[in-house]
Design a protein around this ligand. Structure first.
Ligand code: FES
Ligand SMILES: [Fe+2]
Length: 421
């Protein structure tokens, strides 16, 4: 079998046309136009369900965490209330607008605004007003923290800016939500969190984690040889699947990968351990409940490295043999983005596992730096207006799919129209 024939047997071809997408160059305007960004803000980010975290961040009644959703210009607090309900609120005081909860996270039965000490129960209801007698007919029922529409899917907490969302989360996620439900999300109680502010449009960031075409060139010394091989030197994907605006991308892994002779630490960390065909934080042993889920490695390919599952627009979940991690891309302005990445690794129980995880963390940090240092240069290039379009190959189908659906949302009169065309 020659190399191209073997590659054809491994990777699905014509992903772009099969998805019903065009094949021409795509416009640079969505990456650099302030007007387009404003339409994204109003039409996409204020109408779509957005993930703000996982339920493990609010493990007990009263647990909370705060965040700023820059694209809404809104500070929020997400609480597990005393009634055991996960609920997000505007973190804004109804008295005169001060921010009520200042801590990043914690546990409380009540929150007190430190400006004039108005107090709220953790379900948002107003509890007390100092010197209430000096006010004029305050409607205390209307002066609780203002709730934000909140729903939970598979442990992921989603919020929606619409007071009454046009569609619920289940309908929004559609087939994607059904397909990825029931996964045994491993090691969610431990996480390794990265955050960075970058001078790039949110889609430039998302694009950097949406294709593997760049892997042999950007990551030659880190994962170049695990995501590519002689039979697949350009790291073509195994497959891509699409459900409305959501999607899944299965990437190639080199099953013959072995650490180089001089990589002593890597050899020691992975000696006699099956971590799948790429470096992992955990062994695949004990992961069968997770790995046997039909949505993971859907082709059951021996060349599988990981799946990138994207809950449009901002949640990327990467499912690999050793566990999962996620990225979220929070737009701040047309050319500034806050990027969050979270990795879940088991608590080590032996020295060997410690070593394996140390190596994993060091390697991941290196890879992420390789990925994001490129993004600001890319943004500057796009803004230079040397070109009005960019060229996308078949392996960059996820980028094209994302642009297609962003454009649909920014132009659609309703969420139903955006979802169903
Ligand atoms: S602004 Fe919060 S108590 Fe006055
Ligand atoms: Fe990369």
């Amino acid at each position: 079998m020659n190399e191209m024939t073997e590659l054809a047997g491994i990777c699905t071809s014509d992903l772009t046309r099969s998805a019903g997408l065009g094949t021409g160059p795509v416009s640079c305007e969505p990456y650099r136009s302030p007007e387009y960004f404003e339409r994204e803000r109003e039409q996409l980010f204020k109408r779509a369900w957005l993930t703000v975290g996982r339920i493990e961040q609010v493990p007990e009644k009263g647990s909370f965490f705060t965040k700023t959703i820059e694209i809404w210009n809104t500070p929020i607090v997400v609480v597990r209330t005393s009634d055991d309900k996960v609920q997000a609120f505007y973190n804004v005081c109804p008295h005169r607008g001060n921010q009520v909860v200042l801590e990043e996270r914690g546990r409380a039965s009540r929150f007190m605004c430190n400006y004039h000490n108005w107090v709220f129960r953790n379900d948002g209801r107003l509890f007390g007003i100092p010197d209430e007698a000096n006010f004029f007919d305050v409607d205390k029922k209307a002066c609780g923290l203002r709730p934000i529409a909140t729903e939970v899917w598979e442990g992921w907490i989603f919020i929606n800016h619409q007071a009454v969302p046009e569609v619920g989360l289940t309908e929004f996620l559609g087939e994607f939500g059904r397909r990825f439900s029931g996964i045994s999300w491993e090691n969610t109680e431990t996480s390794l969190y990265f955050e960075a502010h970058l001078d790039a449009n949110w889609k430039v960031l998302a694009d950097a984690f949406s294709e593997t075409y760049h892997i042999p060139s950007i990551h030659p010394a880190t994962i170049g040889k695990t995501f590519a091989s002689q039979v697949n030197p350009h790291s073509r994907p195994l497959d891509a699947l699409f459900w409305g605006p959501h999607r899944q991308f299965s990437t190639f892994g080199n099953p013959e990968y072995a650490p180089p002779e001089d990589a002593m630490v890597e050899k020691m960390a992975y000696a006699n351990r099956d971590t799948g065909n790429v470096l992992g934080a955990a062994d695949t042993a004990g992961m069968s409940r997770y790995l046997d889920h039909p949505a993971i490695n859907p082709k059951q390919s021996r060349y599988w490295a990981l799946d990138i599952a994207v809950a449009f627009p901002t949640l990327h979940i990467n499912l690999s043999p050793g566990g999962f991690w996620s990225h979220r891309f929070w737009p701040i302005s047309v050319n500034r983005t806050r990027w969050e990445a979270e990795f879940h690794v088991p608590r080590p129980t032996t020295a060997h596992e410690c070593l394996q995880q140390e190596l994993y963390v060091a390697r991941i940090a290196e890879i992420l730096l390789e990925d994001v240092t490129n993004t600001e240069r890319t943004q500057r290039g796009i803004e230079a207006r040397a070109f009005d379009t960019m060229q996308l190959q078949d392996g960059e189908v996820q980028i094209r799919h994302n642009l297609h659906h962003v454009d649909r949302w920014v132009n659609a009169a309703s969420v139903s129209e955006a979802l169903n065309g």
